[in-house]
Design a binder for this molecule. Structure first.
Ligand code: FE
Ligand code: CA
Length: 511
């Protein structure tokens, strides 16, 4: 089912003389600075696959480290083909790239055949984009024996290079899932790469931060190899933000404007459907994707609707670790509407595997703090009633081995999930480590390893390496190969398999 990624496409694409000339897309692009350069500097991407189509994305960005420099609407041509040399073009069309969307293009293709590869590219005047490979899903319920997908999280551009994405592109999975922290709004630690602005606050700055990340050739390759399903966490906007609280250092008006800017830039740079376009400061991002009779993915937005952190200090700040009571059942992580949506649709396809994709860790991680039990104010430990409701919804469906997939913690983690200390396991949890963000080193490794070991339950924990998960679903087993990159300080670094986690469909936890 998976074809070998042929790197020659990209070269070939650059040599093709387009048969399609578009009067509306100027060969010499008119820009505010008189800029005249190749417009497809951010590559191409596809996402939100269905059985008959997906979204094809690109953005005209001749000066990617600046705000949108093009003037006026541009017409961008697109083609989608059954073969990589574009002899069998099945659809083509034109799309408007407009200043109000930073000259990004989101083409929602439909009418394709299910469960097969397609190749796509864009034109603008004489310029031709790189070629991307994408894939439709098999029809819901159709027999499917195997699905290969990658999972990524936490890719601070300033902190490290994206060697992990090179490995992912070479592995050529059928699908890539991103669980958030696609950008960080500030340079995070000792910078390896310079950001276009000291901090992303305005729309112009958020655009430049997204564009900077997408200039990375390995990230471009990972987008060009498979359709993505993406959800966000906090750093796409501001560290640890939540719905009902204005972060320190902002007036409510400043915060509303910043959040709107961040949401807009996210939409402009991700291969998401039009329903994810911000409307009145809100984005509909949570979604469900089904692959034949093998897998249902429910992707949750744990950031946009959540209640405030449980206890704040005198200046309105939240310490990272707290001990106060967070048990109020009114506290929500998903919001009432998303909880209802999840309850109504989880497991509905009757697939062999049901995967719940959310952004952080579900399993408790507690610390002793001055004789009290401390927990992270930003994780599910700070939303215990909401977590119990989610667990009860999952258990009540009685589906075979649900798998919860998370990220955010800059560590790889896996174990079984239990409803309580003495309850039987009802699901598995796998958390992906960071593509490039820092993992906290040996002290953290020792503390967390000791904590999980004390539960007496089998687990896997590793925070000292960066990388991603390369997963394969079969009828009876799921494997999650931890692909660790050798270094985030070297753009040419290779990757190795650090550990292969195996789940058995009929018994939760590590096999
Ligand atoms: Fe992160
Ligand atoms: Ca995060």
């Amino acid at each position: 089912m998976t074809m070998i990624f042929d790197r020659r496409w990209l070269l070939r694409a650059a040599l093709i003389t387009p048969g399609l000339t578009l009067a509306g897309c100027q060969t010499r692009l008119a820009t505010s600075s008189g800029f005249d350069a190749y417009p497809f500097t951010l590559g191409v991407a596809s996402g939100d696959p269905l059985a008959d189509g997906m979204v094809l994305w690109t953005r005209l960005a001749p000066a990617p480290f600046e705000d949108d420099v093009l003037i006026g609407d541009q017409i961008v041509g697109w083609e989608i083909s059954e073969d990589e040399s574009f002899r069998s073009i099945v659809q083509s069309g034109r799309a408007l790239a407009r200043p109000q969307s930073a000259h990004s293009v989101h083409v929602e293709v439909s009418g394709l055949r299910p469960g097969r590869d397609y190749f796509y590219r864009f034109h603008c005047g004489d310029a031709v984009s790189p070629v991307g490979r994408t894939r439709t899903t098999p029809i819901i319920g159709a027999p499917l024996d195997r699905l290969r997908f990658a999972v990524a999280s936490c890719q601070s551009y300033s902190t490290g290079y994206y060697g992990a994405y090179r490995d992912m592109a070479e592995a050529a999975p059928d699908l890539v899932i991103h669980v958030g922290d696609y950008i960080y709004e500030t340079p995070w630690t000792l910078p390896v790469r310079r950001m276009p602005a000291p901090e992303a606050i305005t729309l112009s700055e958020y655009r430049a931060y997204h564009a900077a990340a997408k200039t990375d050739p390995h990230l471009q390759a990972a987008h060009a190899i498979a359709p993505w399903l993406a959800i966000w966490d906090d750093h796409e906007v501001v560290n640890d933000y939540r719905d009902s609280h204005t972060p320190e250092g902002h007036t409510p008006e400043q915060w509303a404007a910043r959040r709107r800017a961040a949401y807009q830039a996210y939409y402009e740079h991700m291969p998401v459907r039009r329903r994810a376009r911000p409307i009145d400061g809100a984005v509909q991002l949570y979604q469900r994707a089904v692959f034949g009779d093998l897998a249902q993915f429910d992707l949750l937005d744990t950031r946009q609707y959540r209640s405030d952190h449980p206890c704040r200090g005198p200046l309105g700040e939240t310490p990272g670790w707290v001990t106060c009571d967070a048990s109020d059942p009114a506290r929500t992580m998903l919001g009432a509407e998303q909880e209802r949506w999840f309850g109504a649709g989880f497991g509905v396809a009757g697939a062999a595997w049901n995967l719940v994709v959310q952004t952080t860790q579900m399993t408790s991680y507690l610390r002793e703090m001055g004789g009290a039990t401390g927990y992270s104010s930003d994780r599910w430990d700070a939303y215990p009633a909401a977590r119990t409701r989610l667990f009860e919804t999952i258990s009540a469906k009685g589906v075979a081995n649900p798998v919860l997939i998370g990220g955010d913690i800059h560590a790889f983690y896996a174990s079984a999930l239990h409803g309580g200390p003495d309850a039987a396991p009802f699901a598995s949890e796998i958390v992906v480590g960071a593509i490039s963000s820092g993992g906290g080193g040996d002290d953290r490794y020792a503390a967390e390893t000791d904590f999980y070991a004390a539960t007496g339950r089998p687990f896997y924990f590793e925070n000292r390496r960066n990388g991603y998960l390369l997963c394969e679903l079969g009828r009876e087993q799921m494997t999650a190969d931890i692909r660790a990159v050798d270094s985030v300080l070297d753009p040419a670094a290779g990757s190795q398999s650090l550990q292969r986690l195996v789940l058995d469909r009929r018994s939760p936890g590590l096999a």
